[in-house]
Design a protein around this ligand. Structure first.
Ligand code: CTP
Ligand code: MG
Length: 227
């Protein structure tokens, strides 16, 4: 079975508030986007990467990645789900496995990737990397006070990659978006359609670089843990 990675990389990085979208910031020798795509292409089962880039983006064409025959650029959309959907439209085979992975997660380890692939291939409808919640969880009452403590057992942080059949994910996203469901990751679209993707325990160092302080942490992982 061939596997294709879809990388949404059309965000503006408003919380990072840098001089460019965060995926183009340099850490550990290259841009975050290059780290992310290199890590995916390094896996022997991943044939190619479809990357969703903002239509007016001036940065992507300057990267060597833009000339890589294993990398296909598509136009991103207004929301992350639109960018993913645009990536899926570039995949003809509905039975192909897709791994959707945030451009902003450059610290993915090959062991986690392999674990996810193994579990997804053995699953009914796909699987996602996730990390068990560590802290005590509170639900607020809307006025900055605690309403209730949420039972932490079996509560997970959803990470990426998330791996599904291309056709099934496309249909689920279409339905979820048409129904106005909240779709903040791929699994939520399948959940909306009554499916239960597998949770695969991944490492918490697969962080989504979001705020300025995350850059030093990601750089640390890239330099010290990934080599
Ligand atoms: N993304 C995308 N298309 C969008 C919005 C987000 O492809 N319309 C991508 C981002 O580039 C990122 C991933 O989805 O790789 C996760 O989104 P997030 O971390 O929220 O990135 P941004 O939306 O860029 O950041 P912010 O929310 O702070 O503006
Ligand atoms: Mg965002």
């Amino acid at each position: 079975d061939k596997m294709i990675a879809v990388v949404p990389a059309a965000g503006v990085g408003s919380r990072m508030a840098a001089d460019r979208p965060k995926q183009y910031l340099h850490i550990a020798g290259k841009t975050i986007l290059e780290h992310t795509i290199d890590r995916l292409l390094q896996h022997p089962m991943i044939d190619r990467v479809v990357v969703a880039i903002g239509e007016q983006d001036p940065y992507f064409p300057t990267l060597p990645l833009a000339e890589n025959p294993r990398v296909t650029r598509v136009d991103g959309g207004a929301e992350r789900a639109d960018s993913v959907f645009s990536g899926l439209a570039a995949i003809d085979d509905p039975d192909a496995w897709v791994l959707v992975h945030d451009a902003a997660r450059p610290c993915l380890r090959q062991q986690d990737l392999q674990k996810l692939i193994d579990e997804a291939l053995a699953s009914e409808c796909g699987a996602i990397l996730a990390a068990p919640v560590r802290d005590t969880m509170k639900r607020g009452n809307g006025r900055q006070a605690i309403a209730v403590t949420v039972e932490r057992s079996d509560l997970w942080h959803a990470l990426t990659p998330q791996m599904f059949r291309a056709g099934q994910l496309k249909q689920a996203l279409e339905k979820a978006l048409a129904d106005g469901a909240v779709v903040t990751d791929e699994a939520s679209a399948l959940e909306h359609c009554g499916m239960s993707p597998k949770l695969v325990t991944g490492r918490a160092d697969n962080l989504k670089v979001t705020q300025p302080e995350d850059l030093a942490i990601a750089e640390f992982y890239l330099q010290h843990l990934l080599k």
